[in-house]
Design a protein around this ligand. Sequence first.
Ligand code: MG
Length: 368
Amino acid sequence: MKITRITVYHVDLPLEHPYWLSGGRLKFEVLDATLVKIETDAGITGWGEGTPWGHTYVPAHGPGIRAGIETMAPFVLGLDPRHVLDVERAMDLALPGHLYAKSPIDMACWDIAGQAADLPIADLMGGGSRTPRPIASSVGAKDIEETRAVIDRYRARGYVAHSVKIGGDTTRDIARIRDVENLRHDGEIVLYDVNRGWTRQQALRVMSACEDLKVMFEQPCESLDDIAAIAGKHASPVSVDESLVTLQDATRIARDGLAEIFGIKLNRVGGLTKAARMRDVALAHGIDMFVMATGGSVLADTEALHLAATIPDANCHAVWACQDMLTVDIAGGRGPRNIDGHLHLPETPGLGVQPDEDRLGDPAAVYT
Ligand code: MG
């Protein structure tokens, strides 16, 4: 089987509500999505998606995905998409780094490989759990009242897991954490996501002020050096996501004991092939996981769900469904959707969901 054509679409995905990170420092309203269709000489078509969370969040850039694919496409055309490692090496040789530009191609190849094997991607990767995965909300809010309102909006849709964005003024952060914990329902999973918003000193101030609550913090500081510097000075479990980009990051975090949880974002780490290695590092070191798309449509959510299904139930805290934050649906309601706050693995071979191509507009590029 050979890759014969790569078609690239650019789609804007507006957010239903303006979204604030780092206590209001960063605002997001529209996501720049790249959808990739890979065709083969066997008549099997695969779909991939790469949707960074805006341009200001981390070094990942929507137009950069399309530019990266332009550079990599000549090296990927003609390869067997079922040989995902060959495709990965070809992309890494053609364009070192730029992992976020590679994930849509990797995803489309896994979609094709699954269809060719007549297996959902998770089963092709070695076996997928059918235990529905809780969906974590994404609570971007600035104050206590707005935080309560956003969490209640998610609870009304069945959500039992919440990622509450903090990382601004530390006094306000402490007040918001205490309020959320005070109103927390039995069995709810809550992660406090700082998104790198604190200095080392600010992190230690909030973590020690909230030590009695025994809550999880995600990415409290900018870098792994910062997280290493405060490790041992606080008692809170830490998740790392923005600083978990490469396999070398994963091995450093595991070896040096910098986190108890990996937040694996498929687009950021370069797709399923690379993320599966991080999963194995985590499992080998007693590290639990959240698995998410960086953003995007139901396609991106489904890719993350497949990886989550390959993680033992006890080690996978939650996934994310960015689709619930968008005003457009490029797949007409198909694919895994929120059922009582959970996503269910599709049984269809491959990814298990395709977009409506006529909702994507004209292609941004076609490579043959
Ligand atoms: Mg995060």
